[in-house]
Design a binder for this molecule. Sequence first.
Ligand SMILES: [Zn+2]
Ligand SMILES: [Zn+2]
Ligand SMILES: [Zn+2]
Length: 171
Amino acid sequence: MSASGSRRLGVPPTPGAAWDRSGAWASIPERLREQGLRWTPQRRLLVEVLAQTDGHVTGGELVERCREADTTTIPSTVYRTLDVLEELGLIRHCHGVDGREEFHVLPETEHGHAYCNECGRSWDVEVEEVGAMLASFQERRGFEVDLSHLTVAGRCRDCRGAGGTGEAAVE
Ligand SMILES: [Zn+2]
Ligand SMILES: [Zn+2]
Ligand SMILES: [Zn+2]
């Protein structure tokens, strides 16, 4: 081991690296101001609600959760703030099978989604699972796939299992 003295202490997180969640949230007021948005109680409430959110959440659900704490919540303020938070990389949207926007809070890795048409559950699809498809689009079409916009619908193992060995469960 050479003591090269290259200890990287206090280096700020680089884009794409795993984020320190609390650090990312702490810088929001300042970053919103840089985008020309005032740090208002409604925006603070939305950020607090987001910080307590795991997984996926729709804009409508966020408006509802904000309304529980503040009945004067204005939906357009929530959506406008969501847009800016996405530009800042703090949240990311994808689309459910019905096309409805869903938001991820601080997504650690880009991923797609699989939805079961029967039970309505959803799962994250990792890049390793669809690597062959991504490579094929790249090679044949020169097309770079936005994995977070990949939404696949079908039937999950549990729902298929309920009808026997993969046979359709007829009602
Ligand atoms: Zn979209
Ligand atoms: Zn299912
Ligand atoms: Zn997801």
